[in-house]
Ligand binder design. Structure first.
Ligand code: MG
Length: 403
């Protein structure tokens, strides 16, 4: 988590936040980019990450601001005074150095996060205001962010008459989904996010359910139970990690003086039950794994779609994933393991090390790798190759392998 946050703060510095951090500077800042075409495609293959050509969300003027005082069972993270006892600096864990007065916290140097770092499922209310004086453009204007479980960002930005890439505008699931509509208020005015978040669930180290979020921006629905493809990053979508299952609430420093007030959270009752349930995987019954429901997670050599990893009535574990290899790529050096596996080629041409020989095969072919045989695979074609991997551990094997 810290890794991702640190990477983001670096991105913030590299991307050239405007003059907020150097008020004395008279030099005009170069304009911030409003989109990218050289970034990876998003997992559904429709747009690049931060694609500036993606349609801009329709502008919807919200109704008048409605104050939402914390309900009786909420944990008040930022109340009316100057108490920052619920917060710490993200790097180093020291006391928060952002200025606070009369319940209004102004972003300063460095990310901050709640001291509590085991939130899972919750309702979160945040009020914020971007600077009344407009400076900069695109991502350089009123940029901050609310980080759920420390790693999933709901973007804070001045998106009132400010073009940027749609997956980076105010209330976007940054780098992944633009809001359904643009419900931003003008610069300097108080705005609200009401965020309903369900943490991702894991079976061991395998993602069982992605993080899901519903967001109201100024009372207007902008994400309706939408899953994150992975943790937030600039120009990429990293894969899920089991540590994403819980975390703190974080606020981003992007070099722009954004104000915050009235932040409260209601952890949802029963989330511990749900977490405990997901920790004990159920036996797989008869079912269909529908291709259209799989999420492709990009990686260094292509992408992977995790399908299932759980016991069956006769196996300690059945594991299915689908690998896409870009031309010339191999997922690993030759290796061997006690469990057996079947590879079913869907698209492209691969060369596989089987029984000491290299075999070149195409769509519809099946490769069986026996226990403890050295094996490898490479895409030797000119287009991406995709194959299903079906592996299993017979009764007792998992205990022996201790994996
Ligand atoms: Mg941000």
């Amino acid at each position: 988590m810290r890794h991702v946050l640190f990477a983001l703060s670096l991105a913030a510095v590299v991307s050239g936040a405007p003059s907020a951090q150097t008020p004395g500077a008279q030099q005009p800042q170069p304009p911030s980019p409003t989109g990218y075409q050289d970034t990876p495609m998003q997992p559904n293959g429709k747009w690049h990450i931060h694609d500036g050509t993606r349609p801009q969300p329709r502008v919807v003027k919200p109704g008048p601001f409605v104050a939402e005082a914390p309900p009786a069972d909420a944990i008040v993270l930022l109340g009316g005074g100057t108490d920052l006892g619920q917060w710490q600096m993200t790097e180093g864990g020291g006391p928060v150095t952002w200025p606070i007065a009369a319940g209004v916290l102004s972003s300063g140097k460095g990310f901050i996060r709640t001291r509590r770092d085991d939130f899972t499922d919750y309702q979160l209310h945040v009020e914020f205001a971007t600077p009344a004086e407009v400076k900069g453009n695109s991502q350089g204007r009123g940029n901050s962010g609310v980080f759920l479980n420390g790693v999933f960002e709901i973007q804070v930005l001045d998106s009132y008459d400010n073009i940027t890439y749609p997956d980076g505008q105010a209330s976007a699931m940054y780098g992944q989904f633009p809001p359904l509509v643009n419900a931003s208020r003008p610069p300097g005015e108080w705005q609200s996010y009401d965020i309903m978040f369900t943490a991702p669930r894991f079976n061991g180290t395998t993602l069982a359910k992605p993080a899901v979020v519903t967001v109201l921006h100024n009372g207007v629905l902008v994400h309706n139970a939408r899953p994150f493809w992975g943790p937030t990053a600039h120009k990429q979508i990293p894969p899920y990690e089991p540590s994403n299952a819980k975390g703190p609430i974080g606020l981003q420093d992007h070099g722009n003086p954004v104000r915050f007030r009235n932040i409260w959270i209601r952890p949802l009752a029963g989330d511990e039950d749900a977490a405990a349930k997901s920790a004990a995987p159920e036996i797989i019954g008869s079912r269909v794994f529908d291709w259209t429901t799989f999420t492709a997670t990009p990686n260094k050599t292509g992408a992977v779609r995790r399908v299932v990893q759980a016991p069956t009535a006769t196996l300690d574990e059945l594991e299915i994933h689908i690998t896409t290899l870009n031309p010339g790529e191999t997922p690993h050096a030759p290796h061997q393991h006690p469990d057996e596996e079947l590879l079913v080629v869907k698209e492209g041409t691969v060369e596989s090390l089987v029984n000491g020989e290299l075999k070149r095969v195409g769509p519809g072919s099946i490769i069986f790798q026996a226990a403890n045989q050295l094996h490898a695979i490479r895409n030797v074609g000119s287009v991406p190759a995709t194959y299903h991997v079906i592996k299993w551990n017979s009764p007792g094997m998992l205990r022996i392998a201790n994996r």
